[in-house]
Structure formats: structure tokens, C-alpha cells
Design a protein around this ligand. Structure first.
Ligand code: HEM
Length: 417
């Protein structure tokens, strides 16, 4: 009976933003579910019911079957209230319709518009700019004179600079974008709320749409050879994207490319501070950096979940799931699965192989994965050789969110050359 109760409690974590502020407890809950109830029904007040999927193999199989498991209409876990508000917007044609919200054949066509900008060849062209931005941000850390909140003063700025440079937005607009993307993703965190949850969500979306509508008009009038111009002037079946489709495209790129990477960089630094032998290893063997970046991504798993909805009656790992029911894919859990990772709770800067699912898998596999990897490597390639000692300067604080998150604050003390 006690066990049953704790499994039920573990299941409630997915719908409890505060559960993500205590990593130790969260991972205990996820490990329990993987062991005892890997396909677990969660039915809690305030949320439409769903099934939590915690094993690596099951997450992988669901992502592979994109004909059976659809992203629409519920790609992400939201409260029932926000689900209803979004359904209403969708019915009126004013809902967010980004790559993560849609399925084939429409998904394939829209994804192709931006895909070239994220391939390795395009990434190589961007590398000089990313390295320059990495240097600028490590310099900024040095300017803070030996202590700072690494999240607020370094990690949240750098990926946003990269992504907004790629889109082609002016630096003067960056602070506004920073605020809006944090409001959209940090929506569960009461510190940054605009009214109730549904009101907050639609109000932030309205602001983002307004900004991007102006951008589309400007880039249609004068294309400037950046990603924003490609999106503004894209044609599908000979027709330009609607304002909403174009705005949705910018929104997914600006938002998906930001908090995910900054959380990984901050969580990666925290891991190196807590595992000084791994930091020493990286200093002595800089060639390990690509593997270390991969391990940081697995370790942090900044995207906590995406969802899929069954297009037909089916089953997962023997559990029947009805048409129209939704599953939540727990990436942090899949990435600590004992069946796949040797010593999953050890941060191993040289982990190889590392078959983590932090970028998802299948047709929705993260479009920005190559960019994220390059950004993480560039930052640590700049930081590690210049670091002459670093330690925590207070307790790190995690963001309360069920979707994209990680550290909200990482106070550090250091000597930088
Ligand atoms: C999709 C993770 C960085 C753009 C996704 C998905 C995950 C993810 C889990 C959904 C995959 C699925 O459903 O199978 C991450 C992580 C990042 C990161 C962990 C950093 C460490 C970025 C960056 C960009 C980006 C830098 C830059 C633009 C996107 C886009 C999608 C996506 C556009 C939607 C793809 C689609 O649905 O076809 N990401 N991401 N992400 N990501 Fe990332």
C-alpha cells in the first residue's frame, strides 16, 4: 500500500512545477516509475489525464512511430485551463502553430524551410561568430571581478545572442526578446507571471506575435539574407506563409534555441564544479570536449517532456492506450535509464557511447541540435583554459517548470585569466 502511494506520488511530479526544483527527489521518483510503473497513468486535478513514459526504449519507439503518435493537438503538458485556452485560439486560427505542434505531411514541408540553416555546413559558417560571442561572454564573466550569478549574468544572454544573430535581429531588440522568451517558458514560475496561467500565456503570445508580424513585413519589403528573411519570403505550394505561420516559425526558433542551451551551459558548469576531477580531466584533455558537451546535455536534459497523442487504439510496453489519449515522454528519465547507461547517475565527461534522448528522436528531432552542440563546446573551450579555480558561492536554485528548465541561479566564485 505504501509503495502504491509513493508510485502515485511519483506520477504527480510531472504535473508539479516545484518537483523540478529538487533534482534528487525528482530522479528518485523517475527511477521508481521506470522500475515499477514505466507506462503510468497520471490523473490529477487541474490537468487532463495522460500516461507518463519513463523508459528509454518506450520513448524511442513512440517517437519512431510518428504515424501513430501525433504531436497535435497536445504537444506539451499544460494545465487543463491553458489546454482549453489554446484550443479556443486554435479554433479561431490564432493559435501557435510551430513545428512541434504539427504532423506530416505539413510538418515535413515547414521543417524544410529552415532546415538548411541548421545543417553542419551552415554551422561551420557560423562558428567564427559563435566563438566571438563565447569570448565576449567569458570576458563579461571576468569583468564581474571574481563572482557572479552565472545564470543571470552569463548563461541566459549568450545563446539568445547566437540565435537572434542567426535570425538577423538587431541587438537593441535582444532585451525585449529575452524577457518574452523567459515569460513564455518560465510560465510556471510565479515570479514571472502576468495574471492567471491562461491569461499569462495568451498575453505573452500576443506580444511575441506583434513583434514578429512587424519583422515579417520588414523582411518582405527588404530581404536581408538572414534566417528571418528566408522565413518571411518562404512559399508553400506557391503561397507565402501566413503572418501566423511565419510568426510561429520565429517563435519556435527564438524560444527553442534559448533556454534549452542556457540551461545546459549552466547545469554543465554546475556539474563540473561538483565533479572537480572531471573538470581537471577536461583541462588536461581538451579533445574530450565534444563528449563532455554531450554528457552535459544528457545530465541536464533541459527539455523535461514533449507529448504525443494516439491516432488509434494501441499499446505501449503491454499497456493498452486508447485513441485520443496522450503520452508524456520524460527525457530526464530516459536519460538516466539503467538499461541503457552504465552508472547513469555519474557525470562522466568522456562518456562514450552516449545515446541520450535530450534532443528527442525521429521526425521532430531537435532542429538546432548541431547549433546547441557548437555553442556549448565554444563556451567551455573558451572558459576552461582561462579558469584558475571555481567554486559555488551559495546554493543553486532551480526553475519551477514542467517543460523547459534548469538552473535559475548559480552563484559562483572564480579566478579567470
Ligand atoms: C525540437 C531539445 C536547442 C530548435 C526539440 C525537441 C527537443 C529539443 C527534445 C523535440 C524533439 C522531439 O519531439 O522528438 C533541445 C535541447 C537543446 C535544444 C536539449 C539544447 C541543449 C535548440 C536550439 C535550437 C532548437 C539551439 C535552435 C533553433 C528546435 C526546433 C525544434 C526543436 C525548431 C522543433 C523540431 C520539429 O518539431 O521538427 N529540441 N533543443 N533547439 N528544437 Fe531543440
Amino acid at each position: 500500500m505504501a509503495m502504491t502511494r509513493s508510485i502515485e506520488e511519483a506520477g504527480r511530479s510531472f504535473a508539479t512545477p516545484a518537483a523540478y526544483t529538487d533534482e534528487t527527489r525528482l530522479h528518485e521518483a523517475l527511477a521508481l516509475l521506470r522500475r515499477e510503473s514505466p507506462v503510468h497513468r497520471v490523473d490529477v486535478p487541474g490537468y487532463n489525464p495522460f500516461w507518463a513514459i519513463t523508459r528509454h526504449a518506450d520513448v524511442l519507439e513512440i517517437e519512431r512511430r510518428n504515424d501513430l503518435w501525433l504531436s497535435a493537438p497536445r504537444p506539451v503538458l499544460r494545465s487543463a485551463e491553458v489546454d482549453a485556452a489554446l484550443d479556443e485560439r486554435r479554433a479561431k486560427g490564432t493559435g501557435l502553430k510551430t513545428l512541434v505542434h504539427i504532423d506530416d505531411p505539413e510538418h515535413r514541408v515547414l521543417r524544410a524551410i529552415g532546415a538548411d540553416w541548421f545543417r553542419p555546413k551552415a554551422m561551420r559558417a557560423l562558428e567564427v561568430r559563435v566563438r566571438e560571442l563565447a569570448r565576449r561572454h567569458v570576458d563579461r564573466m571576468a569583468e564581474h571581478g571574481g563572482s557572479c550569478d552565472f545564470v543571470q549574468q552569463v548563461a541566459v544572454h549568450y545563446p539568445l545572442y547566437v540565435i537572434l544573430s542567426l535570425l538577423g535581429l538587431p541587438e537593441s531588440d535582444f532585451p525585449r526578446m529575452l524577457r518574452l522568451t523567459q515569460e513564455l517558458f518560465g510560465q510556471d514560475d510565479s515570479r514571472s507571471r502576468r495574471g492567471g496561467a491562461a491569461q499569462h500565456h495568451t498575453s505573452v503570445l500576443d506580444d511575441l506575435f506583434a513583434y514578429f508580424r512587424e519583422l515579417t513585413a520588414a523582411r518582405r519589403a527588404t530581404p536581408t539574407g538572414d534566417l528571418a528573411s528566408v522565413i518571411a519570403n518562404a512559399r508553400v505550394d506557391g503561397e507565402p506563409l501566413s503572418d501566423f505561420e511565419a510568426a510561429s516559425y520565429y517563435v519556435i526558433i527564438a524560444t527553442a534555441g534559448h533556454d534549452t542551451t542556457s540551461s545546459t551551459i549552466a547545469g554543465g558548469l554546475e556539474a563540473l564544479i561538483r565533479h572537480p576531477a572531471e573538470l581537471r580531466r577536461l583541462r588536461e584533455e581538451p579533445g574530450l570536449l565534444p563528449l563532455a558537451a554531450e554528457e552535459m546535455i544528457r545530465w541536464v536534459s533541459p527539455v523535461k517532456e514533449f507529448m504525443r497523442t494516439a491516432a488509434a487504439d494501441t499499446h505501449v510496453n503491454g499497456t493498452p492506450i486508447g485513441k485520443g489519449e496522450s503520452v508524456l515522454l520524460s527525457y530526464p528519465s530516459a536519460n538516466r535509464d539503467e538499461d541503457v547507461f552504465a552508472e547513469p547517475f555519474r557525470f562522466d565527461a568522456g562518456r562514450d557511447p552516449n545515446r541520450h534522448l535530450a534532443f528527442g528522436s525521429g521526425v521532430h528531432y531537435c532542429l538546432g541540435a548541431a547549433l546547441a552542440r557548437m555553442e556549448i563546446r565554444a563556451l567551455f573551450a573558451e572558459l576552461i583554459p582561462r579558469l584558475d579555480g571555481i567554486e559555488l558561492d551559495g546554493e543553486p536554485v532551480w526553475l519551477a517548470t514542467t517543460f523547459v528548465g534548469g538552473l535559475r541561479s548559480l552563484p559562483v566564485r572564480y579566478r579567470l585569466r
